[in-house]
Ligand binder design. Structure first.
Ligand SMILES: Nc1ncnc2c1ncn2[C@@H]1O[C@H](COP(=O)(O)OP(=O)(O)OP(=O)(O)O)[C@@H](O)[C@H]1O
Ligand SMILES: [Mg+2]
Length: 264
């Protein structure tokens, strides 16, 4: 992957712009006005207690959820909606699918297709959805498998892999559509402790290579070492954000302090 501009580059536009994002499920307001800009190449770790709205926010970014107020832009395009005759109109399924090509997502549960080999899992979206040639998709998949350290597993089935290996395949699969943005929702929390390290190492590599990443995680040491910025959410708002050494090392808000004290 080619290096992209550093987050401090003053002339670069944010890749992600969230403004006053409100999300409710019926009467329950889960996101209460989220503002967040993310620069190309930036790695943002999102921390916060259970139920604070972290997953919901990630799901709004690739429009797995609609929002009731505010907007989210990725790569200069408003996600899920377009302006027509001065009014906001929901995008068609095609329009949403086109936007999602820019965004890769890795979940807690890896959800690989059990009846497909590792290679078939990775080329499924590029060939089946994005009409890439099979040959190009296979070449790219092999490169990605090398990148996640699983070249020798191309023809294995998911059940023949450990949880950590499956999650690394899921990362390769998400990368196969060549996304500009990667969203990770607690990618290691379903893994046995001894398998967490290999997945975090893969993510550290991606971070170093300049991929823009939003990572919801409870791995405080990963956030401290690999993130450019840490965002702490609670009760559907961003309570505090900043450099990892500040937010984790010297949290200012009592809610951040209380949350982090559990990890000491
Ligand atoms: N589809 C849904 N329908 C109704 N309520 C929902 C739905 N999805 C999430 N919620 C509620 O929204 C709130 C935020 O949930 P969310 O999953 O975003 O939290 P989270 O910060 O990711 O928590 P965790 O750390 O446990 O994963 C919770 O109160 C949850 O019950
Ligand atoms: Mg969650």
């Amino acid at each position: 992957m080619t290096a992209v501009s550093s987050p401090s580059d003053a002339n670069t536009k944010p890749l992600v712009q969230a403004r006053n994002v409100h999300k409710s499920f019926d009467q329950l307001e889960v996101l209460k006005g989220i503002d967040l800009d993310i620069m190309p190449g930036e790695v943002v770790a999102v921390l916060g207690p259970s139920g604070s709205g972290k997953s919901t926010f990630l799901r709004c970014i690739n429009h797995l959820e609609d929002i009731q107020q505010g907007y989210i832009e990725v790569d200069g395009e408003q996600i899920g909606y377009r302006v027509k005759n001065d009014r906001l109109e929901k995008l068609s399924q095609n329009g949403i699918a086109r936007q999602r090509r820019k965004i890769g997502m890795v979940f807690q549960q890896f959800n690989l297709y059990p009846h497909m080999t590792v290679l078939q899992n990775i080329i499924e979206a590029p060939v089946g959805v994005h009409r890439e040639s099979r040959k190009d998709a296979i070449e790219n998949a092999k490169r990605l498998l090398e990148r996640v350290g699983l070249s020798e597993k191309a023809n294995a089935y998911p059940r023949q892999l450990s949880g950590g290996q499956q999650q690394r395949v899921a990362i390769a699969r998400a990368l196969a559509i060549k996304p500009k943005l990667m969203l990770f929702d607690e990618p290691t929390s379903a893994l046995d402790p001894e398998l967490v390290g290999e997945v975090l190492a893969t993510m550290r590599d991606l971070a170093k290579q300049g991929l823009t990443m939003i990572v919801v995680t409870h791995e405080i040491s990963f956030a401290r070492e690999a993130a450019d910025r840490v965002v702490f959410m609670d009760g559907g708002v961003i309570v505090e954000q900043g450099k990892p050494q500040d937010v984790i090392g010297n949290p200012q808000h009592p809610r951040t302090q209380a949350f982090l004290s559990r990890f000491l």
